[in-house]
Design a protein around this ligand. Structure first.
Ligand code: PLP
Length: 404
């Protein structure tokens, strides 16, 4: 009998955050071990709950969530997103420019499917959130990674972006605030990217899912608020700012040079129609989330859980000999570097696997985020401070004796 194979279009699609190492972690758990998961940005798994008013809203409205709704999403939810655009300075957004999806993830895949022909190139940051690279590859496009400079607080290297633009480049992705580096970009940097997009007729794809998770008084500027003559796709949702990752609720806002994108928007509408609509109970939560009490602000202020956890994990990482880490200004992650003099020629996936087997701590290897070097790790700082303290000191102990 013949075996069943996956399709060839998946051959080069790579998504390692949930790869080999995670499977090993599951095996350990099945054997009865307790694994500390610092691998996925899932706030609710660490008692960072969805605000009560949002939960109550979903429960109360469940009765009204029984049927399909318009494929772009509920009117009330999209109205709330429109209002949000106004607050963020994204001008001239109509209700029809907003698409609700089952998380930003679905909308990323959907928009890449709609946008790309075989061989079309998309500029993606390195390191990236790897769904972007996977979605471009799945859509028969070619991901082209641009360099983000660790020495410059992980800001994108504009010259590198410029050099990598070709006739086939369709779009440029910005992840701001950034996963995995925690960088939050300045207006000046965003304007430079927009200028390149303007000159080369590129679409700017701005993933802003962490736009309210900001530390040390950092402000976030929405890329699309800075111009109206370039086409912008802005992605956001409930997973992080409102800790509702399990609701699977996100939105895509199309703004700027929309008049030149009628055909592309039709393509997105078609894909959106094909899946009928996004999860309706979660759409009902959007209005309350965006209009309600923004409890995330308490969590990121000094004394708040996320702020203090970031401080502790960052300080303890930098105290480990041979480890250095740029301080994240946003999001939920640290991206420490292992000095090649102390850790020469390491295989970062093997290191993460060895750490898991020895200390039962689960991290993600830096190379899963599509950077060339194997000298980085990604640490999620969602667990409570005492757990993080324990994890960081065990990591220090592990690295102190580590050899491959
Ligand atoms: N974009 C970035 C930068 C992320 O870090 C994540 C999840 O970690 C997503 C998108 C996916 O978000 P969602 O839960 O809305 O699908």
């Amino acid at each position: 009998m013949q075996n069943y194979h996956k399709s060839a279009k998946l051959d080069n699609v790579c998504y390692e955050i949930r790869g080999v190492v995670l499977r090993e972690a599951r095996r350990l758990e099945e054997e009865g071990h307790r694994v500390l998961k610092l691998n996925i940005g899932n706030p609710a798994a660490f008692e960072l709950d969805v605000p009560e008013e949002i939960q109550q809203d979903v429960i109360y409205n469940m009765h009204y969530a029984q049927g399909y709704v318009e494929s772009k999403g509920l009117f009330s939810a999209r109205k709330a997103v429109m209002h949000y655009c106004q607050q963020r300075g994204i001008d001239k957004v109509d209700i029809d420019d907003i698409f609700l999806g089952n998380g930003v993830s679905e909308l990323i895949v959907m928009s890449m499917q709609a946008m790309l022909n075989t061989g079309d190139e998309v500029l993606i940051p390195a390191p990236d959130y790897p769904l972007w690279t996977a979605a471009v590859t799945l859509s028969s496009g070619k991901p082209v990674h641009y360099h983000c400079d660790e020495q410059q607080n992980w800001f994108p290297d504009i010259d590198d972006i410029r050099k990598k633009i070709t006739r086939r480049t369709r779009a440029i992705v910005l992840i701001n605030p950034n996963n995995p580096t925690g960088a939050v970009y300045s207006t000046e940097l965003l304007e430079q990217v927009i200028e390149l997009a303007r000159q080369h007729n590129l679409i700017v794809l701005s993933d802003e899912i962490y736009d309210k998770i900001l530390y040390d008084g950092t402000t976030h500027v929405s890329t699309a608020s800075l111009a109206d003559d370039v086409l912008f796709f802005t992605y956001n949702g409930l997973s992080k700012n409102y800790r509702a990752a399990g609701y699977r609720s996100g939105w895509l806002i199309i703004s700027g040079a929309k008049h030149r994108a009628t055909d592309l928007i039709e393509g997105i509408e078609m894909l959106s129609n094909m899946r009928l609509c996004a999860n309706v109970p979660a759409q009902l939560a959007i209005q309350t989330a965006l209009g309600g009490y923004q409890s995330i602000n308490d969590l990121v202020a000094p004394g708040g859980r996320l702020y203090e956890q970031r401080e502790t994990a960052w300080r303890m990482l930098n105290d480990i000999p041979g480890v250095s880490c740029v301080k994240p200004q946003g999001a939920l992650y640290l991206f420490p570097r292992l000095d090649p003099k102390k850790f020469p020629m390491i295989n970062d996936e093997k290191l993460v696997l060895d750490l898991l087997l020895q200390e039962k701590i689960l991290l993600v290897q830096g190379s899963a985020f599509n950077i060339d070097d194997k000298q980085h790790l990604r640490v999620v700082f969602l667990p409570r401070e005492d757990t993080l303290e324990d994890a960081m000191s065990r990591l220090g102990h592990f690295l102190g004796n580590y050899q491959q």
